[in-house]
Design a protein around this ligand. Structure first.
Ligand SMILES: NC(=O)c1ccc[n+]([C@@H]2O[C@H](COP(=O)([O-])OP(=O)(O)OC[C@H]3O[C@@H](n4cnc5c(N)ncnc54)[C@H](O)[C@@H]3O)[C@@H](O)[C@H]2O)c1
Length: 381
């Protein structure tokens, strides 16, 4: 296999090039059957889209002897077209196999779109800060947008061109705030979720989305897989996204103190995005074999609190950039910032390990180092 050189695609930092090469190798068994076929990614202009889009394009690049995977992105670009996507779409090495369509997933599928062989539905507002501002839009993408795709899959199931695999992005938030005896949390746990609280637009629409997926898979025998991501971080996550790690990274890169908007005691396991996106593609590739199944995708170790995360970021900041700031505690201006925020979150990932061969391999310090290096290479702070 040829190495992916930094210079081959604009704006690839060394970290990204290394991640994509690793993902291409790990996902060869998923990507090879997609060779010469059409893949649709909805919501691909967001954080996870960064590697969801680039991984198959990198695989194409590394396998010039095989028919390329043709990638189409549908996004409403509500927060604009990110610079990385503009650069990618203008790069002659990949642009022939990447199409960008401005479309809300609530609008009908344009007649001239190809009959996609593989579909990933990632479109949804995902950051708590933004979904609390746009709760109806959040629910619509996860319920009505999903339903349109499922209806189309059902209509095509008996034709000579059925969809071969579909992946729905659910969330670990469907478990809500699990009781201590259900942490670490397996897929069989039913959840402890408010149906009316400030996070309910997200949690409950993902829960109903899963119910739609399971029933379409069972009733119409469709190849549908469901991912439940647990706290991903790394390249692609905008520094102004409002999630905890980019907030800390921005503080470090601007030489400010790290601001913790809580008592720092809530715990999470943080999964580096090259690992998690590998897991998502494994679910897509295995959807026909495991229809209607949901998989926790994340990492099971270490479970750390927000204070420890801040400590680790400070230590890395010192080591990498000579950072001299400290950690300070403040209260968010948003009164709902912590309402229904789970105290602990940690997955059991045995199901994905056993059935899909999923294994996170980038440990937290390596992942944080990679994430900080990527943020440092970006213009926006
Ligand atoms: N990142 C995580 O750790 C995480 C955790 C749990 C679940 N998820 C799920 O994974 C998926 C992707 O997450 P992300 O972190 O990349 O989110 P993101 O907010 O960074 O990106 C989502 C993308 O969806 C697009 N979008 C939103 N509504 C749309 C609509 N109606 N039509 C078309 N496009 C629309 C946005 O413009 C954006 O580009 C989401 O479904 C999210 O709920 C992510």
């Amino acid at each position: 296999m040829r190495a992916l050189e930094d210079s081959s695609v604009p704006n690839y930092s060394a970290v990204v090039a290394e991640d994509l090469t690793m993902m291409s190798e790990r996902l060869h068994h998923v990507f090879a059957p997609m060779s010469g076929e059409d893949l649709l990614i909805t919501g691909g202009a967001g954080f996870l889209g960064y590697y969801l889009l680039q991984a198959p394009l990198a695989w194409n690049h590394l396998h010039p002897d095989m028919e390329p995977i043709r990638v189409t992105l549908h996004d409403n670009f509500a927060r604009g077209v990110p610079a990385w996507l503009t650069a990618l779409s203008e790069d002659p090495a990949v642009s022939g196999n990447l199409r960008m369509v401005t479309r809300s997933v609530l609008d009908p599928m344009p007649d001239d779109e190809p009959r996609f062989d593989w579909i990933i539905h990632a479109a949804s507002i995902a950051s708590p800060i933004f979904y609390r501002q746009f709760p109806i839009e959040t629910m619509d993408a996860n319920v009505d947008g999903l339903r349109m795709i499922l209806d189309d899959m059902k209509a095509r199931a008996e034709t000579d061109h059925p969809v071969k695999g579909f992946l729905f992005f659910s969330t670990s938030e469907i478990y809500g705030d699990p009781q201590p005896e259900h942490i670490p949390t397996p897929e069989t746990y039913r959840g402890n979720v408010s149906c009316t609280g400030p996070r309910a637009c997200y949690d409950e629409s993902k829960r109903y989305g899963e119910t739609l997926c399971v029933n379409f898979a069972q009733q119409y025998n469709l190849p549908i897989g469901i991912a439940r991501p647990f706290n991903n971080y790394g390249p692609g996550l905008r520094i102004d996204d409002g999630r905890v790690l980019p907030d800390y990274a921005r503080n470090v890169l601007n030489g400010e103190d790290i601001v913790m908007l809580s008592d720092g005691k809530a715990t999470r396991t943080f999964c580096y995005v090259a690992d998690s996106v590998s897991g998502y593609y494994m679910i897509l590739g295995g959807a026909a074999e495991h229809p209607g199944e949901s998989f926790n995708i994340g990492t099971d170790l270490p479970e750390i609190d927000m204070r420890e995360l801040a400590d680790r970021v400070v230590a890395l900041g010192k080591d990498m950039f000579g950072y001299e700031g400290q950690i300070v505690q403040k209260t968010s201006d948003d009164p709902e910032y912590l309402t229904d925020n789970p105290n602990r979150r940690c997955p059991i990932i045995e199901k994905a390990r056993t059935l899909l061969g999923y294994e996170p391999i980038i440990d937290i310090d390596n992942g944080l180092r990679r994430a900080l290096a990527w943020y440092e290479s970006q213009e926006e702070r």
